[in-house]
Design a protein around this ligand. Structure first.
Ligand SMILES: Cc1ncc(COP(=O)(O)O)c(C=O)c1O
Length: 427
């Protein structure tokens, strides 16, 4: 069947309007394109917004630490993760625990540092690091001593057992770096994702929940880490560049105080990011409404499993109009096929959807199967049965704020047609 005459529904589409255009024009006309006042304002507004995602700031205060946070704009989450490891002193001989069910950024930054990713399976039924297995690794007689950081990845927009994981890391003196590339705005137990560990790193890549085209934000409650990351993101220079070029600048001299990188977020992106940030809840609500229709429309088939939500609920439970689940930012809607009930593989399913002019994506193709990682024997040999089972049957459906209800319903109808056809043929 070739339905390619149908309008193509992309997997993702950024939602940028007149306000973002105006912000970009303001920067272009203002004559200062690189990192400057827009980035600084974006950082301040982002901190405020992280408080905003929480139902109660008291939860934050009750965690024992101060509620002070530092935010540092960077030109990608990959850069932010690299800086977090560098500031945390992770280096040769150190191991960093993560699941191989992630994007390559999470692991490659560990390799940049000359350290070693140590892959750990996900907890059955979830997309997330198995905290019991992490604890076991940390207790291991010689390996445990070499583990210097853990990177939980909040896949799709939610987390799992993050309080417990952050606590274990604190007890063991191991750095907890939240890969929060998917989780803005969302929270666990009333506390924003990205604020549980030592560092949280957000992505503003073009398909993310808010975007600057390319960009990211590093957030930390630790002043010592913030003070190291600040110069590192711009060549190790001891002051913000834009300060040196202002009318009242106090001299042109500067020092290089550390090894730095070219990881700063330009004002052009930051200005767009500020508008996106002000719309973050509107954009999240639009995503949530789409996820709700998906959940209700796809809920009653035994050949599929709805996304993992991180808080024990299920999209098909969302009957209440006023449902306000803040635990998910809905970056991704990951459908899990049940292979025993189907005579079609995941890749064939994706091809069928493509035939019907529906875009999809795969989250994730696990890192331990990638040729470079196998050739270089990176991460450990496994086995990682949960990750393998999961990634062989996961499909990310189209999900973007401007998606119309008609488009969502067409995706549901086509998914059901394909699945029902191939489940009936099965056996
Ligand atoms: C889990 C995860 N971490 C990190 C990144 C890297 O983000 P960026 O493209 O901003 O570097 C991504 C990008 O998609 C991601 O999915």
């Amino acid at each position: 069947m070739n339905l390619n005459s149908e309008e193509f529904i992309p997997f993702a589409r950024p939602d940028l309007g007149a306000a973002e255009e105006e912000a970009a024009l303001r920067v272009i006309r203002g004559g200062w394109l690189t990192t400057g006042k827009e980035n600084q304002a974006f950082e301040e507004e982002f901190i405020a917004a992280l408080g905003n995602t929480s139902r109660s700031l008291e939860v934050q205060a009750n965690e024992g630490g101060s509620s002070d946070l530092w935010a540092l704009g960077v030109n990608s989450a990959t850069a932010g993760l690299h800086l977090a490891l560098a500031a945390g002193g992770i280096g040769p001989g150190d191991f960093v625990v993560m699941s191989p069910y992630t994007f390559v950024s999470t692991a490659e930054v560990v390799l940049y540092r000359g350290a070693k990713p140590l892959f750990c399976d996900v907890e059955p039924g979830t997309f997330h690091l198995d905290v019991d297995r992490v604890k076991k690794l940390l207790r291991h007689p010689w390996l445990g001593r070499k583990i210097k950081a853990v990177i939980p990845v909040h896949i799709s927009g939610c987390s799992w057992r993050i309080r417990e994981l952050a606590q274990v890391c604190r007890e063991k003196g191991v750095l907890c770096i939240e890969d929060a590339a998917h989780t803005f705005p969302s929270e666990a137990e009333g506390k924003a994702h990205g604020t549980w560990g030592d560092v949280g790193v957000f992505s503003f890549y073009a398909n993310k929940t808010i975007t600057t085209g390319e960009g990211g934000m590093v957030v930390t409650p630790r002043q010592d880490l913030a003070e190291q990351i600040r110069p590192m993101r711009l060549h190790g220079i001891d002051r913000e560049v834009w300060n040196r070029y202002q009318k009242n600048a106090t001299g042109a001299e500067y020092d290089i105080v550390t090894l730095g990188y070219k990881y700063n977020l330009p004002d052009l992106g930051a200005a767009i990011g500020r508008v996106q940030l002000s719309r973050a809840w509107e954009l999240r609500d639009a995503r949530r409404a789409i996820a709700k229709i998906y959940g209700e429309g796809l809920g009653d088939r035994d050949w599929l499993q709805l996304p993992f939500l991180g808080d024990g609920s299920n999209p098909s439970d969302w009957e209440n109009e006023n449902f306000t689940n803040n635990s998910h930012s809905w970056h991704l809607f990951i459908l899990r096929l049940v292979p025993e009930k189907l005579s079609i593989s995941r890749n064939e399913f994706v091809a069928e959807l493509k035939e019907r002019a529906i875009g999809t994506s795969l989250h994730f193709l696990p890192l331990h199967r990638m040729s470079y990682y196998r050739r270089m024997k990176i991460g450990g040999e496994g086995p990682f049965p949960e990750v393998e089972g999961l990634s062989d049957r996961a499909i990310s459906l189209p999900l973007f704020p401007s998606m119309t209800e008609a488009q969502v319903r067409r995706v549901i109808a086509e998914v059901l047609k394909i699945g029902d056809t191939f489940s009936q043929r099965h056996g």
